[in-house]
Design a protein around this ligand. Structure first.
Ligand code: 6GU
Length: 230
């Protein structure tokens, strides 16, 4: 998988060198390019934004640097990319979105500031790839960088070979529509707190039933919106 990121804060993405993603990059499963939007400006001040036509608060990102940066992000490739613009005004990002994106060979993330990018950029981007505006949730971040990072991690760990044990991908929260069951390890007693007896019983059927019950109970308490209406 190839990922290109366009941002005015390219150093945010230095952290992609470490951990799971760093290993994926080292192993050749993942190739990431980070592009500084300001490298595609041509004025002395490297200007990326301007006041909005029609007035109003805040600044809007200018189209010309975005056009050049997106051209650079797709240059030399013959596969049609998906171009993701992280935006609080987008569709919600879910595990299903992550699964879909994990099947693509090339993803471009265009990280704008939350006030917005000139609307014509999205229209132009649709000539280069399949455009998606995607939001992490109903709250506002200053820019798309942190959101893109979260999406990259959620997507890349689903690429075959990136997570060492594929079984750990199947049992986790949101893959079966329920929250994860609680986990315990040794010691069996810790600071007056015991591990539930059923987990020490060695009875696989009862363990499985208990875990399923815990998943349903937790989901009902914490995320009733995930359950079918009663
Ligand atoms: Cl994707 N971007 C911004 N700027 N804020 C957000 C978001 C994205 N998702 C939730 N809040």
């Amino acid at each position: 998988m190839r990922i290109d990121v366009v941002s005015i804060f390219p150093s945010f993405f230095d952290v992609l060198e470490v951990s799971l993603l760093g290993r994926a990059r080292g192993s050749g499963l993942l190739d990431i390019g980070v592009h500084d939007l300001r490298d595609h400006t041509h004025d002395r001040h490297r200007t990326v934004d301007d006041t909005p036509y029609g007035g109003g608060a805040g600044m809007v990102m200018k189209p010309e640097p975005w056009g050049e940066a997106l051209d650079a992000a797709v240059a030399g490739r013959d596969d049609r990319p998906v171009i993701v613009f992280p935006s609080p005004a987008g569709e919600r990002f879910t595990q299903a979105t992550a699964r879909e994106l994990s099947t693509r060979s090339h993803i471009v993330f265009g990280c704008g500031r939350y006030e917005g990018i000139d609307e014509r950029v999205f229209d132009y981007a649709a000539e280069l790839g399949d455009v998606r505006l995607i939001s992490l949730g109903d709250y506002v971040l200053n820019g798309g960088e942190v959101a893109a990072m979260a999406m990259i991690e959620a997507v890349v760990r689903l690429v075959p070979g990136v997570v060492g044990n594929p079984a750990s991908l199947i049992e986790e929260s949101h893959e079966d529509g329920l929250l994860e069951y609680p986990s315990y390890t040794k010691p069996a007693q810790w600071r007056g707190r015991a591990v539930p007896d059923v987990l020490l019983s060695g009875h696989h059927g009862r363990v499985a039933q208990w875990r399923r019950d815990q998943q349903v109970q937790r989901t009902r308490e914490r995320r009733p919106d995930l359950l079918p209406p009663e």
